[in-house]
Design a protein around this ligand. Sequence first.
Ligand code: MN
Length: 299
Amino acid sequence: MNKLGVHALVWEAGWSHEECARAIAKTAEVGYDFIEAPALDPSLIDPDFTRRQLEAAGIGINFSLGLDFDSDISSGDPEKRRRGQAKLEDAIRVCRDCGGQYIGGILYSAFGKYYEPPTADGIAQSAETLRTVAEIAARSDITLVLEVVNRYETNICNTAAQGVEMMKRVGAPNVKVHLDVYHMNIEESDIASAIIDTGEHIGYFHTGDSHRGYMGSGSIDLASVFRALVRANYQGPITFESFSSRVVGQPLEGILGIWRNLWDDGHDLASHALMYTKAQLKAAQEAERQARERSRLPG
Ligand code: MN
């Protein structure tokens, strides 16, 4: 069974005690299994406080982050790589202390617009650092999932196939691929085929729609996406990710280009996304049974 989560930015821009408590309570109230909290700066998270809120609400947590250009582990500058490794190690400690199991996002490069293509050396440096960091994560049973994002947010993993290649270059059992339908809609030739081809390597999944607003109100064929996830036998976490100018602060607002107000009521948005996701998953599972079990001649 897929655990269903919602990104904290549906509720709150930051992670102060008040924001953390509100975001966790609302996530539980709507009925999600976990919240995904941004850890762009892990030092802003109070793990003891967060863990107490999670325990009181009865939900789990996972984290996501992107490195910045000053902490880019694909950089030729060893100082930047050192800062990136330290940030990833900080995120692992925070995740462990909060009881999380996954850290996703752009862990392999800066999260932002590059003006040059990646280099073979840069990719090798990134894979080497991730291998070291993955060993540390493994001691706390944490899986690192490499998010494949569009060309304006990294120059390394823009397609699912590149994500699989990067994962293999890192070569650690607790490193998998993190797919996001919003990015796939920009970069893949065929979203469903890319999901099926990535198959057992998918470790984490982000849902949403083409404009990152209400699910089903954009242009992505989400029915085929959920059918592909079921066909790929994906059982891992699925987070609904949505951003509106209503709730977002810097640096995410600037990097992601969140200029428009796509919704006002996070509770309505998150409730709808949970219903929609459950309905899509159920329909996709029935479609799979229809194809495999219920299309036989008698006898
Ligand atoms: Mn995402």
